[in-house]
Design a protein around this ligand. Structure first.
Ligand code: GKR
Ligand code: MG
Length: 429
């Protein structure tokens, strides 16, 4: 068996995305993703997926060149390779990731997001070469299916007039009735039993009313609300007080560890985050201050599946819960999330996934949610197969774009509907 990497292919694509609203604006009609393929001397191909904006692509290209001649099994070496690739620190450091709502951006975090795409591709190739599923390479699954939650969004029926876009079949959701109708569709189509509402879009009282309506429509089901740090400490505490009896957790009500710690000190409602604990360096302060009770990992920016396991072990040690964050992603990433989630012993909260919002994929077969769960594949590697024709078509869309959609920018997308829109300051309420 020859595990030497002989070819690495990077394919940037644009994937259709519905007009989902968040505190920064609205999703673009198409969002960039990067598909990674790693091929061994034996012709085994592994696939990975990560963010596709230009800054990721610019880093992934020199990274890919350095992988030729290395072993797909050398997963630790990926971090060394990452350190050797120059990143224009001034371009990324200190920025809050536009549209991503994933906390402060740093050169290291950018590197880790690229590492994760290659790590997953290498694990897929290694698993295929050895005839083992990725979860076995990670130490073995402790469950046969991974539970996901319905990811509810306020949304418009269509992208703004004049914007070229694919039509989706979810309809509008801009009030409590619309949110409940969307939740019913999620339950009907995928069997989800816990629900997360992306908030920070409307004034808090409207979002409180939407969560109340969900609680009435789905009594006893776990509910979450995530305004992406849009509220002040006082507003966060008021929402916690009003919804405390129905919330599983509040996600990033206020921005940053200090504000989250203040909220946590004033409520018994657990706080979850994918914004103030997004790197290993942020853990000590946040855990020390009791700022978060659940960390939502994201293997893309934590640096891969094995780093996600390490994060889970740290959370376990400190009695902090762990689950998973999601941003727009395709089936390769859902498969990767499912493999790693299957190996995490104390996963007590259903994971997030945007996948139901993505009608397009690059796989021959879509992954399926049954009873709100994705079955853990025991096939070699990730257990997914790339559909080259679909990949080619989505890449062509990327090639045809004049550059405007290649960077996800929810505020810019909002300006198509509201020309004067600027990203709201924080706290917004
Ligand atoms: O896709 O609009 C969105 C979400 O707001 C996403 O950008 C966040 O990263 O889903 C994420 C979250 O949980 O904060
Ligand atoms: Mg979040």
């Amino acid at each position: 068996m020859n595990l030497t990497i002989t070819d690495v292919r990077l394919t940037p694509i644009l994937v259709a995305d519905p007009p989902l609203l968040n505190t920064q604006g609205v999703h673009q009609p198409y969002t960039p993703r990067l598909i990674v393929e790693v091929e061994t001397a034996d012709g085994v191909v592994g696939v990975g997926e990560t963010y596709g904006d230009t800054k990721y692509l610019e880093l992934a290209r020199p990274f890919a060149e350095k992988l030729i001649g290395r072993q797909v099994s050398d997963l630790n070496g990926l971090f060394t390779v990452a350190d050797e690739v120059a990143v224009d620190d001034a371009r990324v450091s200190g920025q809050v990731d536009v549209g991503g709502l994933r906390g402060v951006q740093t050169a290291d975090k950018l590197r880790l997001s690229v590492v994760s795409g290659f790590e997953v591709a290498c694990l897929d190739a290694l698993g295929k070469a050895l005839g083992l599923p990725v979860h076995a390479l990670l130490g073995g699954k402790v469950r046969d299916a991974v539970e996901y939650s319905a990811y509810l969004f306020y949304k418009w029926a269509d992208h703004p007039a004049g914007v070229a876009a694919e039509k989706d079949d979810w309809g509008a959701a801009v009030d409590p009735a619309g949110v409940v109708a969307q939740a019913r569709l999620f339950k009907e189509r995928y069997g989800f039993t816990s629900f997360k509402l992306k908030g920070g879009v409307f004034p808090p009282d409207e979002e409180i009313a939407a969560v109340r309506a969900l609680a009435e429509a789905f009594p006893g089901h776990p509910l979450r609300l995530d305004p992406n740090g849009a509220w002040s400490v006082a507003t966060s505490l008021r929402v916690a007080e009003e919804l405390g009896d129905v919330l599983e957790y509040l996600e990033d009500p206020a921005l940053g560890t200090a504000a989250m710690a203040e909220v946590a000190a004033g409520t018994d409602v657990p706080l979850a985050t994918n914004m103030c604990v997004t790197t290993f360096a942020e853990i000590a302060e946040a855990f020390g201050k009791g700022a978060v009770q659940v960390v939502l990992s994201d293997h893309h920016y934590w640096g891969g599946l094995r780093n996600t396991q390490q994060l889970a072990a740290i959370c376990r040690t400190f009695g902090v819960g762990v689950s998973m964050h999601s941003n727009t992603h395709l089936g390769i990433s859902l498969a990767a999330m499912t493999h790693v989630a299957a190996t995490v012993p104390d996963l007590h909260h259903a994971c997030d996934s945007h996948y139901p919002w993505q009608a397009e994929d690059v796989l021959t077969q879509r992954l399926v949610f049954e009873g709100g769960k994705v079955a853990v594949s025991d096939a070699p590697g990730l257990g997914v197969e790339l559909d080259r024709e679909k990949l080619r078509a989505l890449h062509q869309r990327w090639l045809d774009d004049d550059g405007t959609l290649r960077e996800r920018d929810d505020a810019a997308a909002m300006r198509a509907a509201e020309p004067g829109w600027v990203t709201p300051g924080v706290p917004r309420w």
